[in-house]
Design a protein around this ligand. Structure first.
Ligand code: OAD
Length: 237
């Protein structure tokens, strides 16, 4: 059966799983900052034009995330990992809350908000100050630092992408939690799993473009629906 411990399982998450921790999703009204849409700031052109504003936006998000703690949805995802012997979490989230909840085997598709990358030498460093000391931070080599995040118009790390699609193609069960399913290539992972014969279950507050692919669609908040789903399938939380 599909919930047996040896079923290859993938959980794909998006911003909805962190909404109950108080982190605004990207496409809800709460995701707006100074009337900018995330797409207007999370792109390389915006950063080249005005790095300070882009860093201010990330500083705002980092300030919110720094105060946040994992919710019942993150904890349920960590419990799914403990239940299955072959498990991968693929997340679009950059907030680190899955790790804080105990998830270990995870692929971060879009990077991590607590890391910087030098636009000159490429060095990646962890950076936890909130607020940032400098809104045009510099590397020791003198280069401008940027958030280590995949922006609109940029490619994902080829290794992370390859591994994610391989996991999606090999899994027999995929839970798709709190993602609008419109940002590629993440949105194609459920299709890959479906084509390979996996059972797909969606947990989302609303219907999404991925809903028609699903074997089961559960409407509601991840923090309530996921624990309920796990209880139904006798997965200990
Ligand atoms: P979105 O903001 O696009 O979508 C959030 C989804 O979560 C929506 O479908 C909501 O219905 C759902 N949702 C909201 N609250 C929920 C809750 N409590 N429980 C369950 N579902 C809930 O976020 P993503 O799909 O993650 O990229 O967006 C994808 C990417 O777009 C992000 O990773 C980000 C953004 O640009 C980067 O930062 C690179």
């Amino acid at each position: 059966m599909v919930w047996d411990k040896d079923t290859k399982t993938v959980v794909l998450t998006g911003a909805g799983v962190s909404a109950e921790s108080g982190i605004p999703t990207f496409r809800g009204e709460a995701g707006l900052w100074k009337n900018y849409r995330p797409e207007e700031l999370a792109n390389p052109q915006a950063f080249a034009r005005d790095p300070k504003t882009v860093w201010e936006w990330y500083d705002w998000r980092r300030g919110i995330i720094a105060k946040a703690v994992p919710n019942a949805g993150h904890q349920a995802v960590a419990a799914v990992e403990k239940h299955f012997s072959d498990f991968t979490l693929i997340t679009q989230n950059v907030d680190g809350l899955h790790q804080a909840a105990g998830s270990e085997r995870l692929l971060e598709l879009h990077g991590n908000i607590w890391k910087t990358r030098c636009t000159s030498c490429g060095a990646i460093e962890e950076e936890y100050s909130v607020p940032l000391k400098d809104f045009e931070p510099r590397c020791s080599c003198g280069g401008l630092l940027r958030p280590h995040i995949v922006w609109f118009g940029e490619s994902l790390s080829p290794q992370v992408m390859e591994e994610s699609f391989a996991c999606a193609a090999a899994c027999r069960l995929m839970l798709v939690v709190g993602t609008s399913g419109i940002v590629q290539p993440a949105a194609s992972l459920p299709l890959t799993a479906k084509e390979a014969g996996a059972v797909l279950i969606e947990v989302n507050a609303d219907e999404t473009p991925l809903t028609p692919l699903m074997d089961e669609s559960l409407r509601g908040s991840a923090g309530e629906v996921l624990p309920e789903l796990l209880r139904r399938h006798k997965v200990s939380i």
